[in-house]
Design a protein around this ligand. Sequence first.
Ligand code: UDP
Ligand code: MG
Length: 310
Amino acid sequence: MDKKMIDIIVPVFNEADNISLFRTAIEKTFAPLKYNYTIYFIDDGSIDESLKIIKDFSMSYNNIKYITFSRNFGKDAAIQAGLKYSKGDACIMIDADLQHPVELIPEMIHYWENGYDTIYAFRDKANEHVSFAHQMSASFFYKTLILLSDIEIENGATDYRLTDRKVIDVLNNFSENDPYFRGLTKWIGFKQKAIPYTPNKRLHGTTKYSKRALLKLALRGITSFSVKPLNIATYLGFTFSILSLLYIPYILYSLWFGHPISGWASVIATVVFFGGLQLMILGIIGLYLGKLFMNSKHRPHFIISEENAS
Ligand code: UDP
Ligand code: MG
């Protein structure tokens, strides 16, 4: 019987120093396993040597494929492209920078063999490689995400996962403009298993996510999964209307006893507070409107300039 095929989907953005190490690590991992594998490197508009290295590898090894984007479209687009080309019985989505330990792959495959459809890794406990501020903001982000989205995403959920063919087929049928895979795979359901891990230190290069990009990712995560933030306006509106009623007795009391109602400071504070609140809520509505707008254009999610994966 033919061995089953596992596709490795690797988004690459300026990872020249990591690609070769990554390939060797995968080769070593699969050597004792009874599976064939194909690596799909999706070059997300790298401006370093990454593409050249990947192409050279694809000449020497016929289980290495490449897909190149016309520019940088972001990691999720890269994963999406990889999924479109994947033909295997399962696929593993993993970062190129070796922060996702390949040692986890046999364990993921073990669970897959035992009937799990999505096996995903999440960062375990406080790990020493990221700054305290980063950890706090990540933990805050996941808490907010869970609160606002009705799906339980573990604090530390990553894009490191193995999915069965049936999950890939479902994902490929999504026409969402801005897929947020961490949430989507969870949302899809089937039999899921979470396994904890401690991320390795990045060997070469730096993280591609600035603080601003992380904030953008957070907002995307929330807005692609729920409309709860839109309800906030309603709740706040009710609350403040009711609170403002409490002010009436004070006004009547002052009128009755002839007290002047004091308050330049309080008026300004109130105006500024509500001004801010209204802008914030307008902003939230704007985020959703922006999403609708972008989706309504039906633009392709990525543009491929070259590939040898079909
Ligand atoms: N990546 C990508 N496109 C981007 C940013 C990142 O394909 O616009 C890839 C990157 O090459 C790596 C993975 O996504 O393989 C994770 O990126 P990174 O290590 O910078 O993120 P972090 O581990 O810091 O969250
Ligand atoms: Mg990384």
